[in-house]
Design a protein around this ligand. Structure first.
Ligand code: ATP
Length: 282
């Protein structure tokens, strides 16, 4: 039986601005996306027909609501292929946390099936198929560091801002992406200078990247869950060079240049929140 094992990495947004709501209902974004070493494992096993999904986390759906199901379905339709698949998800990326776990799994499935089924699709073709399933999927296919516009699909690859220490804090509070978008106040603040961020990234300038990180979705989440703001402040007091919420949250991350401070900060948070993760940018 043919089997492929893939690593499926999470992402953070080093800055995230939401510009406006478009006529099609989506939001126009201006953001920097960064792949991180926190990862799930995705195993694909050839199967005659139909799909079977297994996962180590009970809260992850095993039916069509799982993005990997849709990835298999979409690719089968596009390529007119009638083959089954058995997908095993070994998840470490927290679920519904703003770290694109589901999108990353779907990206891994598209890449894996491209190999398993000998499709020879280019990365660009996979990204085009991926965006029909979710806005973060094209970036998850590309990886590294990228400037994203549109709904996240207009990607410009940047010099990889790799090997920076990241502390991620999973608050364990439920907040849905649609709730955050529906409650955004798009005119409440000045636009974020993403071009300046791009320059700092191109210079591999960690202090300036960290200090200038902003996420315009934060205020909406902090209003409902003040703990998100408290964790940010705690990270900054504990020596993070910068700290913001990732994506639509609620995960908060900090960038560090001092391993000892990072570990001390993690220890201090341990009793108050659900889980912490240490990762590196890729
Ligand atoms: P988004 O911003 O798209 O909501 P996220 O990164 O915040 O994504 P995910 O871990 O992708 O969060 O999970 C969002 C929801 O998607 C979950 O509540 C879950 O029910 C569903 N989901 C579908 N497929 C997956 C998957 N493979 N892994 C995790 N969650 C998945």
């Amino acid at each position: 039986m043919e089997e492929i094992v893939l690593e499926s990495y999470g992402k953070i947004n080093l800055s995230l601005d939401v510009l406006y709501r478009r006529d099609d209902g989506y939001h126009e974004l201006n953001t920097i996306m960064q792949e991180i070493s926190l990862k799930d494992r995705v195993i694909l096993r050839d199967r005659k027909n139909g799909i079977k999904i297994e996962c180590n986390k009970a809260e992850v759906p095993l039916d069509r609501n799982n993005l990997v199901y849709r990835a298999w379905e979409k690719l089968s339709e596009e390529m007119e292929i009638d083959r089954g698949i058995h997908i095993i998800l070994d998840k470490e990326i927290p679920v519904a946390a703003g770290l694109a776990g589901g999108s990353s799994n779907a990206a891994a499935v598209l890449k894996g099936l491209n190999i398993l089924w000998d499709l020879n699709l280019s990365e660009e073709e996979l990204r085009r198929i991926g965006v029909c399933l979710g806005a973060d999927i094209p970036f998850c296919i590309m990886g590294g560091t990228a400037h994203a516009r549109g709904i996240g699909e207009e990607l410009t690859k940047l010099r990889c801002f790799s090997d920076k220490m990241v502390l991620l804090v999973d608050m364990g509070i439920p907040i849905s992406t649609p709730y955050v978008y529906d409650n955004l106040d798009l005119d409440s603040r000045d636009r974020i200078d993403i071009n300046e961020m791009v320059r700092y990234i191109e210079d591999d300038d960690l202090p300036n990247v960290a200090r200038n990180m902003e996420n315009m979705m934060e205020d909406t989440v902090i209003r409902r869950y003040p703990i998100v703001g408290n964790v940010k402040e705690y990270m900054l007091r504990g020596g993070a060079l910068g700290s913001i919420m990732s994506g639509s949250g609620p995960t908060v991350f900090g960038l560090f240049d001092d391993e000892e401070k990072l570990h001390r900060c993690r220890e201090g948070l341990k009793d108050r929140i659900k889980a912490t993760y240490i990762a590196r940018t890729i």
